[in-house]
Design a protein around this ligand. Structure first.
Ligand code: ZN
Length: 196
């Protein structure tokens, strides 16, 4: 089988006023070595995400976090082992990427951060048109965030070093869907995302 080409872009320039960085599920249970549902590749994305956030904040782009947030009887636990239980250490965002005061944390119970949350209102209130998405897992919550955002008319931008998956296939699948299906922008590295 031949893999389809991913149209990586070196550089993308965004208007800081009209953009937000969405940090998806960078929580202890997914990222920390003691996490309940660890994605081993996620640790390597912490530093690139930190660098991206620093640039976004300096340019005064919006920064929004999501947190996977489950009650103990959540139907998702029929698919996955228990993780990100509401109010626990595992559901906290990793210390290295702790939100700054005033940065919203959207709590979600499904893969889709727009489902039954305030995310769309937040983005519309701030006049956001372009959404840089980073975090984990690339083909699960990141992909659902990208799809759901694109279907609502937001332009989606995803840097290669800002997302992680459980396998290389899953990783590439996410970028295939983001670029082909949702017409999002795949950037070869977070350093290529410029805010002005
Ligand atoms: Zn979950």
């Amino acid at each position: 089988m031949e893999l389809p080409e991913i149209p990586w872009q070196e550089k993308v320039e965004l208007s800081a006023m009209k953009s937000a960085v969405l940090v998806v599920d960078m929580q202890n249970d997914f990222v920390h070595e003691k996490g309940a549902l660890r994605v081993p590749a996620a640790a390597a994305t912490v530093e690139p995400i930190r660098a991206l956030l620093e640039r976004a904040r300096r340019a005064e782009a919006h920064v929004i976090y999501t947190q996977d947030w489950h009650e103990l009887d959540d139907p998702e636990f029929r698919i996955w082992p228990k993780h990100c239980v509401a109010g626990t250490w595992g559901a906290e965002i990793v210390a290295e990427l702790a939100p700054k005061p005033g940065e919203p944390r959207v709590k979600k119970t499904t893969y889709d951060p727009f489902y039954l949350t305030e995310l769309e209102d937040l983005l519309r209130e701030h006049g956001v048109k372009e959404l840089v998405i980073v975090g984990t897992v690339a083909n699960i919550c990141v992909l659902h965030a990208a799809g759901s955002a694109a279907l609502r008319g937001f332009r989606v931008v995803v840097p290669k070093d800002g997302v992680s998956a459980l396998s290389e296939f899953d990783f590439l699948l996410a970028f295939r869907q983001i670029t082909f299906l949702y017409r999002g922008v795949a950037v070869s590295g977070q350093a290529g995302i410029l805010f002005s």
